[in-house]
Design a protein around this ligand. Structure first.
Ligand code: ZN
Length: 531
């Protein structure tokens, strides 16, 4: 049976830019567009020309992409002609092959927000689609609040969609703008729409306010819609948009969709999905969501020993899809509950060859258990586990030795009379035969210590140049009679590789120091630094 084509429309650069804390530069936008293009996304919505300088610049010149670059904006304002609307003019000027208009499709919004008649709203849709078509653009219409609008007044909601379709819009996109629709409602309503407008011209744009944006998108496809709009990593205002990072593998790997539809993302591109997802997080300077479906670090992580030994026999026992298909990997967590199978599998992954009955395996497991009881968390700190394993197996060089460190915190008035708290760290390190003393000021004691420690490591300086701390988490654990502090530090290097290290101590500076040391030593081991 011939498979039908399903189109993917990415709005990371437009709707995704509404995410709290996200502010794309032009450079970010170009890099993300390139990545989406590479992945095989059909449409890339680049932004809202005329709304801000970055978006205007983005659309200021042609961008060589295979994907259809799409500019977003409003239909002409009520009471104006298409030739006398600066917003529409900016949109028509944009160097983009497609234009996506947004228009109201809920009569209540037309009345209250737009303050115009239903007829004027329809005329605005008609004129705008016509103007963009006349400029040779492919046209999409985002029907804002379509599902709420349809529930309130189905005739009017449908009339908005139908007007655009009749005027020649390639796609009419049904938006769940407030994100409150449920999958069965979406399936019913899209089912009704495709009786009037062919499903091959209908798209879905779902928001995640009931955590069902992905389910709603799939429900719309089941009902006949053939375009899905979403964002990478589910970026977007409030709770986000439909997450393409989850939708794409579902379409590719689940028979319900894979047997019926083709998408432009190939199997080879699918294997880059996890990387694309993490790259976006990196650009946004966010720690990736470990529990993200398909691409998260924990998506294929197994902790309990009994599951792990079954996975070693046949991965399908506890995995819904093979992790490699999306560029992820299987991970067997080493923790108190884990058995020998986890440890062996993890050592194998790290590349440490050990015989199954080597006595050092039992020793390693024992040490892991002891240290986890003391507060260490090796399942979260893979790099510290690797170092521990390497040490017990006798394979970590003594690169350098911190003979002593001193951290000083001082509160005082600065030169302009402001009260400031300053941290100063001094570190004495021995590298080879040489002893070096470095000092650094930091915004806090840990920052100062980190800066001083990495200031001069002699012949190793080149190896840690690209090292950067990306996350620092502190937790106070109440173990026994006294509280201890657990510090988890996430680091990354110039290649984009990330790793996590752990330190535990009653003293937060000491716990941080352990985690910092592990991070540096791990980087040196990984880089193959000579002793
Ligand atoms: Zn939206």
């Amino acid at each position: 049976m011939a498979r039908e084509r399903l189109y993917l429309f990415d709005t990371t650069l437009r709707d995704g830019a509404q995410t709290n804390g996200v502010d794309f530069t032009l450079h970010d936008k170009l890099a993300i567009a390139g990545m989406l293009d590479e992945l095989g996304i059909d449409y890339i919505e680049g932004g809202y020309p005329g709304a801000n300088p970055t978006d205007t610049q983005f659309f200021g010149e042609p961008r060589p992409l295979r994907s259809t670059l799409t500019a977003f904006g409003m239909t002409r304002r009520p009471g104006r002609s298409t030739s006398n609307d600066p917003g529409l003019a900016a949109l028509l000027e944009a160097k983009a092959a497609a234009i996506c208009f947004v228009a109201k499709s809920w009569d209540y919004h037309v009345r209250v927000a737009l303050e115009c008649t239903p007829e004027e709203n329809l005329a605005s849709i008609r004129d705008s689609v016509r103007a963009a078509k006349a400029r040779g653009r492919e046209v999409l219409l985002d029907c804002e609040h379509f599902f709420d609008g349809y529930k309130a007044n189905p005739q009017f909601a449908l009339a908005c969609a139908k007007t655009a379709y009749d005027e020649g819009a390639r796609w009419v996109v049904l938006c769940d703008t407030n994100g409150g629709a449920l999958p069965h409602e979406v399936e019913d309503i899209v089912g009704a729409v495709v009786k009037v407008i062919p499903g091959s011209h209908v798209g879905i744009h779902a928001h995640n306010d009931t955590e069902q944006a992905v389910a709603n998108s799939l429900a719309a496809v089941r009902a006949g819609a053939r375009q899905i709009q979403g964002t990478l990593n589910g970026l977007g205002e409030r709770c986000g948009n439909a997450n393409l990072t989850s939708i794409i593998p579902t379409l590719k790997l689940k028979a319900e969709f894979a047997d019926r539809f083709d998408i432009a993302v190939t199997e080879a591109k699918l294997r880059q999905l996890a990387h694309a997802s993490h790259t976006l997080d990196e650009m946004l300077n966010r720690a990736p969501n470990r529990h993200a479906p398909y691409v998260g670090e924990s998506a294929f992580a197994t902790k309990a020993g009994i599951h792990a030994s079954a996975i070693m026999k046949d991965p399908a026992t506890y995995e819904h899809v093979p992790p490699e298909t999306v560029g992820n990997r299987r991970k067997l967590l080493v923790s108190e509950q884990s058995g020998k199978s986890n440890v062996l599998a993890e050592l194998d992954r790290i590349g440490l060859k050990v015989e199954r009955d080597d006595a050092r395996i039992a020793r390693l497991l024992e040490v892991v258990k002891e240290r986890e009881a003391a507060g260490y968390a090796y399942e979260a700190a893979d790099a510290s586990f690797e170092l521990l394993a390497r040490r017990i197996l006798g394979k970590v060089p003594d690169y350098f030795d911190v003979e002593k460190f001193d951290v000083n915190i001082e509160q005082r008035d600065n030169a302009v009379g402001q009260r400031v708290t300053v941290s100063l760290a001094v570190v004495k390190v021995k590298v080879g035969g040489e002893t070096m003393i470095s000092a650094a000021e930091g915004i806090g004691p840990v920052n100062a210590l980190d800066l001083a420690l990495r200031k001069d490591l002699g012949k190793y300086q080149g190896y840690i140049k690209g090292l950067e701390l990306t996350d620092y988490r502190v937790r106070i654990l109440n173990g026994g009679t006294e509280a201890v502090t657990r510090v988890l530090i996430e680091s990354r290097d110039e290649t984009g590789e990330r790793w996590t290290t752990v330190g535990v101590s009653p003293n937060i500076i000491d716990a941080s120091f352990q985690a910092l040391m592990d991070s540096i030593v791990y980087k040196l081991v990984r880089s193959g630094a000579p002793t």
